[in-house]
Design a protein around this ligand. Structure first.
Ligand SMILES: [Zn+2]
Ligand SMILES: [Zn+2]
Length: 657
């Protein structure tokens, strides 16, 4: 007999070799129906696995969040079977689960067409309707290689070779079809259900290596219910409409080009958004007791060695030899003999250098040192993604140098600033996490205990609910994570807050304490936006380009209906500019509807439309972006109202106070 433990603390006896499925059936009819897999001592397993004495078992029902990766993984197997049934001889390679879905890479000369995707979906539905059970077998390594080789599956043979000696070669069967797989799987292909869709195709190198052949990748998504699938597809459609790369072009904000991979060419309009944000944050920092500095871009590698970045972070750094390039024909430009310097990937070591100038006393702390620091990180070309992942970024960075006793207060202060800023930009759905000590870490446990406790206290004292992210802290200290949910339900991690005991030590920063002895300050790395690039990308997507008035690069366009109104429009525009607004005029000889459409594409929040009658009456007809109809009001009233409305949130608060 074996004893099996349940989550509620109960324990029951079963015959040796009893499977999870049998145990589920013994609990209740409904559990037998719902359970598609199980967790045994926390690890996800096949329901058909026999249990051992003392196992703690928890069943995974198909409608739980835990089942989603299984539904997707099983769907990937079904897709692979469908492809091979439709096009025998197509080799299958790997097919993992990814966020919100799955993919499978196939070796095939032609990429799959849209029409072929629909055929595969139909075939998948047929396979699911046949309902074959998933069964697991462990094969002999050589036998497995022979079987796959005989089917012409060269990639699978390579995959088997990559499995470490001594590990099982597991095969999952669904009817006649089988695949090399670590598992686990649900009971049968029927558990995949009907809520799946193949979304796109792409080329992908075998094992991600550009020297290898290109494979045909099919992406798909699968959900527990049709309702969930529909919601997801709607969200994707909405996300495409909001894509900052598309809107950035339509709104003429910035561009990229191949000569400067991953570095943004900000156009006047895009940089106007940046300037507004920067000016706003700078005011918030000033009022919060920060000092602002500027540190060098190019720093000798000796400092990076001392800071530890040279050892751990070097592959992400741009390194430059410190020598005069040769202009002589036929000679190499660089001999490589000069000292190496690196373009800064972060601002921290520079800030420590400023801290170390002169003797600091405990009375000087905390020092909150901010820099809108331009940093470069050598990201591979393939990893770059619009404004979200760049090689040149400007962080709204700051480091707080303080004593250990000041951590809680400083953290509270930062949390207040963080909430104020995100509230001001209209993003309020934020989840907080406290990332604690990782396995690989510097420092002793007592220090980690104190550090984690200070952060937890600050969160609690700030009245914030938070979750722990165990083991997710940085090497040198715990950190806070901020997970922002945007307007269409996607979550983004933004800002940073990391506690660091190591860098002050490595760079020998110290202050004189009340006891007249030297002490190490604690360093808090923090950023509210993270980088301007990424935050602007996020704001564009969150607002679908309709930025709040104070951030809009062009706040109003004065457009004429007839050329008779040109002089009057010019006068209205001049008065708007005088009132501090960013204004353009549109006197083109085009129909007004055409002008309205064009400025809506550019997401201009307000249009003042003027014709002959408005000119005579001294009025304007106001159209708001996205709103129907227009309102005619007296020009000076409209200008004053818009000027008040366009103030940045902090200035508006002062004006209203
Ligand atoms: Zn599998
Ligand atoms: Zn830092």
């Amino acid at each position: 007999m074996i004893t099996v433990k349940f989550p509620d603390g109960a324990a029951r006896e079963f015959a040796d070799g009893t499977t999870g499925a049998t145990v589920a059936a013994s609990v209740s009819k409904s559990l037998e129906k719902k359970a598609v897999a199980m967790r045994v001592d926390g690890a996800l397993r096949d329901l058909a696995d026999p249990l051992a004495d003392g196992d703690a078992v928890e069943f995974v029902s198909r409608d739980s969040k835990d089942a989603l990766p299984l539904i997707r993984h099983d769907a990937a197997h079904v897709m692979a079977e469908a492809v091979q049934e439709l096009w025998p001889g197509t080799q299958v390679t790997i097919g993992p689960v990814i966020e919100d879905g799955f993919y499978y890479d196939f070796a095939r000369d032609e990429p799959f067409s849209e029409e072929e995707l629909r055929r595969i979906e139909q075939k998948m539905a047929e396979i699911i309707a046949r309902g074959a059970a998933f069964t697991k077998e462990v094969w002999d390594r050589e036998e497995a290689k022979r079987v796959f080789a005989s089917k012409g599956e060269a990639y699978k043979v390579e995959l088997i070779d990559a499995i470490p000696e001594g590990e099982d070669i597991r095969i999952y069967k669904q009817g006649q079809w089988f695949d090399l797989c670590r598992g686990p799987h649900m009971r049968s292909v029927a558990d995949v259900g009907k809520a799946f869709k193949l979304t796109k195709v792409a080329g992908a190198y075998w094992r991600g290596d550009s020297r290898n052949p290109v494979l045909s990748r099919i992406y798909g998504t699968a959900w527990a219910s049709q309702q969930d699938l529909d919601a997801y597809l709607t969200m994707i459609e909405e996300a495409e409409k909001r894509d900052h790369r598309k809107l950035g072009q339509e709104m003429d904000l910035y561009h990229f080009q191949s000569e400067a991979m991953g570095s943004v060419f900000w156009h006047p309009k895009g940089f106007m958004v940046w300037r507004q944000l920067e000016a706003y944050v700078r005011r918030r920092l000033d009022e919060d007791g920060y000092v602002e500095v500027k540190t060098p871009q190019l720093i000798d590698n000796k400092l990076w060695e001392q800071s530890g970045h040279w050892g751990k972070f070097r592959e992400n750094m741009f390194v430059v030899p410190d020598e005069v390039p040769s202009t002589e024909e036929g000679k190499p430009v660089i001999t490589g003999e000069g000292n190496l310097m690196a373009i800064k990937p972060m601002n921290c070591p520079g800030h420590v250098q400023i801290f170390k100038q002169g003797i600091k006393s405990y009375r000087d702390l905390p020092i909150r040192m901010a820099e809108f620091g331009c940093c470069h990180r050598n990201e591979p070309h393939g990893a770059l993604h619009g404004l979200m992942r760049v090689r040149q970024m400007t962080q709204d960075d700051a480091h707080i140098f303080c004593t250990e006793e000041q951590i809680t207060d400083e953290t509270r202060r930062f949390l207040a600033l963080f909430a104020r800023v995100y509230g001001d930009v209209g993003m309020t759905d934020i989840a907080y996490k406290l990332a604690t000590r990782p396995d690989q870490r510097a420092g002793d446990d007592a220090t980690w205990d104190r550090a984690e406790k200070s952060l937890a206290e600050a969160l609690t004292a700030s009245g914030l609910d938070f979750e722990y992210a165990p083991g997710e802290g940085a090497f040198y200290g715990p950190k806070l994570e901020f997970h922002l949910t945007d307007a269409i339900g996607r979550t983004w991690q933004c800002g940073t807050y990391q506690l660091d005991y190591v860098l002050p030590e490595r760079l020998e920063a110290s202050y004189v304490g009340e006891d007249s002895a030297r002490h190490r300050p604690v360093m808090l790395h923090r950023a509210v936006f993270g980088s301007f690039e990424r935050f602007i990308g996020l704001a564009i997507e969150h607002y679908a380009g309709k930025l709040p008035l104070w951030l809009a690069p062009v706040q109003a366009v004065v457009a004429t209906i007839v050329s008779d109104a040109d002089d009057y429009a010019e006068e209205v525009a001049a008065r708007l500019r005088e009132a501090g607004l960013r204004v353009e005029t549109d006197f083109r000889n085009e129909k007004i509807n055409y002008k309205v459409r064009e400025h809506s594409v550019k997401k201009v929040p307000v249009m003042f439309v003027v014709g002959k009658r408005e000119a005579e009456d001294g009025t304007v007809s106001i159209r708001r972006l996205g709103a129907q109809g227009q309102k005619v009001i007296e020009a000076s009233e409209a200008i004053a109202a818009l000027a008040a409305e366009s103030l940045p949130p902090d200035l508006k608060q002062t004006a209203n106070a």
